[in-house]
Design a protein around this ligand. Sequence first.
Ligand code: EPU
Length: 360
Amino acid sequence: MLVEKNVPLQPFNTFHIVAKAQTLVRIASEQDLLNVLADPLLAAMPKFVLGGGSNIVLTGDVKPLVLKVEIAGRRLLHSTERHHIVEAGAGEGWHGFVAWTLERGYAGLENMALIPGTVGASPVQNVGAYGVELQDRFDSLDAMDMQTGAVFTLNAAQCAFGYRDSVFKHASSGTHIPANTGHQAVGLKNRALILRVRFALPKQWKPVLGYADIEKKMAADGVSEPTAQQIFDWVCAIRRAKLPDPDVIGNAGSFFKNPTVSTEQCADIIARDPKVVHYRLADGSVKLAAGWLIDSCGWRGKSVGQAGVYEKQALVLVNRGVGSNGQGATGGEVMTLARAIQTSVYERFGILLEPEPAVL
Ligand code: EPU
């Protein structure tokens, strides 16, 4: 087992913030993690599981033991009457995996093309885009309890998926993981490391349409019954046009969640700002477009130090410094900007925006 010290993390976070891991071990297999747990010094350290680094803000060097997940492998496990069950190692890149499934004729993940990050991170925040969330295509996952080394399997109910949320984002409240019991698992944040994820991709595939951006592409290309590959290509084009490529401009995707408010709260906001972008949900509540709220407070294109609000999408905070002096924005600058945005949105709309990325 190679225990690396003072490892630069700039290449391993999509914000490209400069920081170091004091101690880092690469996890390419279950055995690698068992070796960590068998080492008394490493086992005793608090741990941070690093996937593609696409949803984190580093505000300094990372003291917990960084476990960089590099578990590879993609395969068709089996087919049921209605689904292809496809499995991928947690360290596989998400977008490459989506492309791989389509090349083999397993449709269903195309709306989630080009989301940065790894397969292992995808259930943690229940990634989603253009009308499809991970939970819609999820079968199960295997994870290892980082206290006991036990491997356990969770189904969708046990993952407790919500909007950009799962059991992996909540702190552990118990000492025992009731794996495979049919009960919802306790909070698993910093407690479990996801090893493999399985997806149930429908044999009777139907396109998920309805998003304005996708409808526009259909009209422009004169297509009424798109293939999964066409949707994949459109989603890639839409995302490339409005979201910054993290390889070029550091960012962590949407920085805040879209807030949900009551019908009354929304009516209040509409009375003051009739143009507020909102979507009614099945349960009667209303989801507001955080990008619109931030934009209408005048933040688009603004900066704090080298941290900025992306010109084409106010929901995305960017690192303006990478490439110029090699240092770029600090995590502190990103969080100062985020807090200033929260304050002005709160003062104007009475809504506290919740950040999406984990802040370390
Ligand atoms: N808008 C503005 N100004 C802005 C940005 C947005 O007025 O600066 C308006 C847009 O015109 C649109 C509305 O806000 O009417 C929503 O914008 P958009 O369609 O870009 O989607 P979003 O709600 O900002 C969400 C997800 C994205 C996902 C897209 C498409 C969240 C937090 N974000 O963004 O996910 O790609 O929908 O499904 O739910 C991510 O989570 O990292 C992410 C990129």
